[in-house]
Design a protein around this ligand. Structure first.
Ligand code: C2O
Ligand code: CU
Ligand code: CU
Length: 501
């Protein structure tokens, strides 16, 4: 009897020590901090502008091909990656407002994909959501008329339950819209020279230099990497030759929330957000971007100097779990800006950038509430057979989108750009949320009231999506469907939509 008691106590002791060890490891394991430890030894890649031609029907034609390949991501050996028209990432598509575009997408991967035009106003059938898989070897050719203000949009896959992996492996690119009326002619606009795409992504690598897809211990938001790439370049620097450089920042990560600042704390000028330019420039020192969000900024440089774009903890910093497990305590060196010994003078920043007509909540035909919690929206997960919101064409709606628990989420909606009316806790709405948005970060227990207008495209048979843009969450079903119908109409989901692939 004594002996068993002794053994039992010994076992408890051993378990206790092991448990405490695991606990100590979890609690003391440092957060990621690469500040001051990145040797900026590679010139940042600038994605090429996609070749295009105008066909007999006057349409601007692009060709995109998904493919697997290998890339030098700074690991000493090649890393297997995916890309459009190349081994990694994709070319920048560019079109003018008013142009009819057609994109021939050929899928050369061994699995289904789709291409979604994030931020684009277009018919649901062209939107590239999970309902329209492109099978291996197949081609899909969506076409639409570009009709929205000048903006920095992007494209990425949106297949059923595989979005995180496909984006993580490298499928992403920018889509720039030009529009003289809303593009502020006085801004830097020479692509790759003083107007530079900056796609920021974090990656985790295994010992063989391959992308690690296991993710971080305790992460509720999927893969969090400890290396940050810009346009696929590790340790990147950008040679600046003008006194003002325009950065089109895109957080193309699958999960990570960045909070950008310059290394010496100097302010920079925020000029645009997801859906286009702001009405006027704002001086800011911090720029938080959750996944899928974009911002255009101007950085003023002095001859010969160097300054580093960094990312620090989000604000609000969140609780212990947020800091330790969701990347909320991590800090990164992202991109070094190197000014030439002499800089070409840029023109002064225009005091007025664009007209951003405010949508009026008094005109809203509908108010809806969307609560994001666990992996659900209003307690439900995505179902291809359920329409979560029926919207009447040419109406305005106000949606209250809130995070109901302690894990970070975001709200993204297809087809439209929205405006933020207020924070649900009554706090101030920052300049970053003063213009057109299609994605907004929902910090733990916070939310926003947003307003949007659904115009032009009604299709009772084809839904658009709204979802959390933490891609693991999207894949797990934190997504809903809305259908835009003509006045008095109702949705008619056709049978094959029941199984999007
Ligand atoms: Cu960028 Cu529905 O996604
Ligand atoms: Cu989208
Ligand atoms: Cu989420």
């Amino acid at each position: 009897m004594r002996k068993w008691l002794f053994r039992g106590l010994l076992l408890l002791l051993v378990l206790g020590v092991v448990g405490a060890g695991v606990g100590v490891w979890v609690l003391t394991r440092p957060t990621i901090d690469t500040v001051g430890r990145v040797t900026f030894d590679r010139e940042v890649a600038v994605p090429p502008l996609a070749a295009s031609r105008v066909d007999g029907a006057g349409r601007r034609v692009f060709d995109l091909r998904t493919q697997a390949g290998e890339s030098d991501l700074g690991r000493g050996e090649p890393t297997a990656t995916w890309g459009y028209n190349g081994a990694h990432l994709g070319p920048t598509l560019r079109a003018k407002r008013g142009e009819q575009v057609i994109v021939n997408i050929t899928n050369q991967l061994g699995e289904d994909t789709t291409v979604h035009w994030h931020g684009m106003h277009l018919p649901a059938r062209m939107d590239g959501g999970p309902h329209h898989p492109i099978r291996p070897g197949a081609t899909f050719a969506p076409q639409w008329r570009v009709d929205q203000p000048a903006a920095t949009l992007w494209y990425h896959p949106h297949p059923h339950e595989r979005t995180e992996m496909q984006v993580y492996r490298g499928l992403a690119g920018m889509f720039l819209i030009d529009d003289p009326a809303t593009g502020a002619a006085g801004l830097p606009h020479e692509y790759g020279v003083d107007d530079v795409p900056v796609m920021v992504q974090d990656k985790a690598f295994d010992d063989d230099g391959q992308l690690s897809e296991t993710g971080r211990f305790g992460s509720e938001i999927g893969i969090l990497g400890d290396s940050v790439l810009v346009n696929g370049t590790p340790g990147p620097y950008l040679d600046v030759t003008t006194s003002l450089v325009r950065l089109r920042l895109l957080n193309a990560s699958t999960a990570r929330i960045f909070n950008f600042a310059l290394s010496d704390g100097r302010p920079f000028t925020l000029i645009g957000t997801d859906g286009g330019l702001l009405d006027r420039p704002h001086q800011v020192q911090r720029l938080p971007l959750s996944t899928g969000e974009r911002a255009e900024v101007l950085v003023a440089m002095r001859p010969g100097e160097r300054v580093v774009l960094r990312s620090g903890p989000p604000a609000p910093e969140g609780d212990f779990a947020m800091r330790r497990f969701q990347g909320g305590g991590d800090r990164f060196d992202v991109l070094e800006l190197r000014a030439a010994a002499t800089l070409k003078d840029s023109s002064a920043v225009p005091a007025k950038l664009a007209d951003v007509p405010r949508l009026d909540p008094a005109t809203a035909a509908e108010h809806r509430e969307m609560e994001f919690s666990t992996r659900d929206i209003n307690g439900r997960r995505m179902s291809h057979d359920r329409v979560d919101a029926v919207v009447t064409r040419d109406t305005t709606e106000v949606w209250t989108v809130v995070n109901g628990h302690g894990t970070p989420h975001s709200f993204h909606i297809h087809d439209v750009q929205f405006q933020v009316l207020e924070r649900t806790d009554g706090g101030p709405v920052p300049p970053l949320l003063s213009g057109w948005k299609d994605t907004v970060y929902l910090p733990p227990h916070e939310g926003y009231k947003v307003i949007m207008r659904f115009t032009e495209f009604a299709d009772p048979a084809t839904p658009y999506m709204f979802h959390c843009h933490v891609l693991r969450h999207e894949d797990e079903g934190m997504m809903g469907q809305f259908v835009v119908v003509e006045p008095g109409g109702s949705p008619r989901l056709s049978a094959h939509h029941g199984h999007g692939g």
